[in-house]
Ligand binder design. Structure first.
Ligand code: FPP
Length: 249
């Protein structure tokens, strides 16, 4: 934890019991906007501000990996104007946060079907990933055009090709081999998954990786989510006993 924040809202967190990897399903932008009679895009704009706040908070707290579900494979089916607005916001975020990521030793990484993103977004994304690749303070992972099932299909195809060409022996296939062929091969599984806006579902996010992840669902809509609630959720996490299918202490 940064020393300049030790007397702040983070003071009640136990640095020894922090989750290493926090994953977030950022939901509720549309409902936030609807409640205020705004159009949905306004909700995504406010949601982008929350992204900035939460990335900064996680870095200050000392989280090592933060994965944000920013755009799913299913989200391509939204109205074209909404998809375009999300892409514009993403591009804006990547440009405006470059300095923040460099100043705060944050490395950017992306998982998902990056090849489906518009060319201009991909360019800014690759630039930000390249510029930050030596940073090791926190890995910020954006799930973009990401779907857990598509990721599993991709992994199965890769392993099938390797068994066919003889580079993988089918008898050697084990969970570790599967993990190594996912987008997240270099990233530990999430310790904590937060979902905003109250829906009790996983929505095709990190299906393999969340086998033993602690889940926290809050009714707060993503644009209303903030540092204080993040800290309360982390405190709740610190009270939990993780057994990974074994018996407790
Ligand atoms: C869910 O709200 C949110 C998304 C589909 C995308 C998340 C995007 C952002 C937070 C903004 C841009 C991202 C970055 C990284 C700058 P919803 O539209 O499904 O809400 P609803 O369920 O209330 O309709």
């Amino acid at each position: 934890m940064n020393s300049n924040t030790s007397s702040s809202i983070y003071k009640d967190l136990d640095p020894a019991k922090l989750p290493s990897h926090v994953a977030i399903i950022m939901d509720g932008n549309g409902r936030w906007a609807k409640k205020r009679l705004f159009n949905r895009i306004k909700g995504h704009e406010k949601g982008s501000e929350t992204v900035r706040t939460i990335v900064r908070a996680c870095r200050e707290i000392g989280i090592s990996y933060l994965t944000l579900y920013a755009f799913s494979t299913e989200n391509w089916q939204r109205p074209r104007s909404e998809v375009a607005a999300l892409m514009t916001l993403l591009k804006k975020f990547l440009k405006s946060e470059q300095k923040e990521m460099l100043d705060n030793n944050i490395r950017l990484y992306a998982i998902g079907q990056i090849e489906r993103l518009p060319e201009d977004v991909r360019q800014v994304l690759y630039k930000a990933m390249t510029l930050t690749k030596k940073n090791n303070g926190m890995l910020l992972v954006l799930a973009l055009s990401y779907g857990g099932r598509a990721e599993i299909v991709r992994m199965v195809k890769e392993i099938a090709i390797k068994t066919k060409d003889g580079s993988i022996d089918p008898d050697s296939i084990a969970p570790e081999i599967i993990s190594k062929h996912l987008y997240t091969s270099e990233i530990p599984d999430p310790d904590l998954l937060i979902r905003t806006s109250g829906e009790m579902r996983i929505s095709n996010f990190l299906l393999w990786q969340i086998a033993y992840t602690e889940i926290y669902v809050t009714d707060t809509l993503w644009p209303d989510f903030g540092k204080n609630e993040l800290v309360r959720i982390l405190q709740d996490y610190q009270q939990r006993e993780r057994r990974f299918g074994k018996v407790g202490n």
